[in-house]
Design a protein around this ligand. Structure first.
Ligand SMILES: NC(=O)c1ccc[n+]([C@@H]2O[C@H](COP(=O)([O-])OP(=O)(O)OC[C@H]3O[C@@H](n4cnc5c(N)ncnc54)[C@H](OP(=O)(O)O)[C@@H]3O)[C@@H](O)[C@H]2O)c1
Length: 269
């Protein structure tokens, strides 16, 4: 980031705390320059010991910050925006909403001023700094968008997309965590049937999944290039892979993603 900014996290629950720790861990802001708010302050006692500014006063947090993360539950958002509206300044503040399914235009309906707003969709791997975060912005400068991307890169990878792809990103990256985990669970169950104890089978499945992803991330290769390296002619890998495809593996994954996308369109507008 060009310069260090003071940060407010309104709604320091699971995600808010993970964001705060990630940003502090990457030294993008000092704990003393980060305001964490929630109503039950006793749950932030550990963070207070680590020198984060901990308060129930959202207005104080906003007034002392430039980048304001909104990390409350969707139903809590209207009240929070109503509360901080009067102290929001478009020349000073950037709002960053992580709230699932809430469009930028919905946030704007609750605001008096035309604010710079960024909408971001992280996933639960934020907790271990391995999130895939998709983000988009409105009324933001290139520098502000870049700064906030850098903040999310402290929590994994970040990608700037168009807002109309946000629901697809939610399915692919947020629901996607569950889809990949189910594959690992299925591989573990197969491993148990082949003779491994459950813990050993899961360890093998987890590390193999990590290795497969790393081959693509670090090798910048196409999946089929790596698959071709493993499939000996007439060998066991191609026999297993083709059987999985006969049973509809790729088709099941694509149909599952489309079903999630159809559902998300019915539950968020
Ligand atoms: N968890 C994830 O990985 C993830 C990923 C993508 C998107 N999201 C989105 O991020 C948001 C937060 O998720 P979460 O899992 O972190 O939920 P969470 O643990 O319930 O956190 C929400 C926090 O907001 C606080 N809060 C409620 N009303 C408040 C108010 N008026 N002022 C200040 N703080 C207030 C709550 O604490 P008190 O009750 O003590 O006030 C709670 O700690 C959700 O909208 C979710 O859709 C989460």
């Amino acid at each position: 980031m060009a310069k260090k900014h003071d940060i407010a996290i309104i709604g320091a629950g699971n995600l808010g705390i993970a964001i705060a720790k990630g940003i502090a861990g990457a030294k993008l802001a000092k704990p003393k320059n980060m305001f964490l708010t929630r109503r039950h302050l006793e749950k932030l006692a550990d963070l207070k010991k680590q020198k984060f500014q901990v308060t129930s006063n959202n207005i104080e947090a906003v007034q002392n910050s430039e980048y304001i993360f909104l990390c409350v539950q969707p139903k809590q958002l209207p009240d929070v925006l109503k509360e901080i509206n009067a102290v929001l300044d478009p020349e000073k503040h950037v709002l960053i909403s992580t709230i699932t399914g809430v469009e930028i235009s919905t946030i704007e309906e609750h605001l008096e001023a035309e604010m710079p707003i960024i909408r971001a969709m992280p996933n639960t791997a934020t907790a271990i700094q391995e999130s895939m975060t998709c983000m988009c912005g409105k009324n933001v400068s290139e520098e502000q968008l870049k700064d906030v991307k850098t903040l999310f890169e402290a929590l994994g990878e970040a990608l700037i997309i168009d807002e109309d792809l946000m629901k697809a990103a939610t399915v692919l990256a947020a629901s996607g965590i569950a889809f990949f985990l189910r594959y690992i669970r299925a591989a573990t169950q197969g491993g148990i049937q082949l003779g491994f104890h459950a813990e050993e089978a899961q360890k093998i499945a987890m590390q193999t999944a990590r290795g497969a992803a790393s081959l693509l991330v670090e090798g910048h290769n196409h999946p089929e290039t790596e698959i071709d390296k493993v499939t000996t002619p007439q060998g066991c890998t191609i026999a297993g892979l083709n059987e999985m495809e006969h049973q509809g593996l790729s088709s099941a994954v694509i149909k599952g993603l489309l079903a999630s996308f159809e559902k998300i369109n019915t539950i968020t507008q």
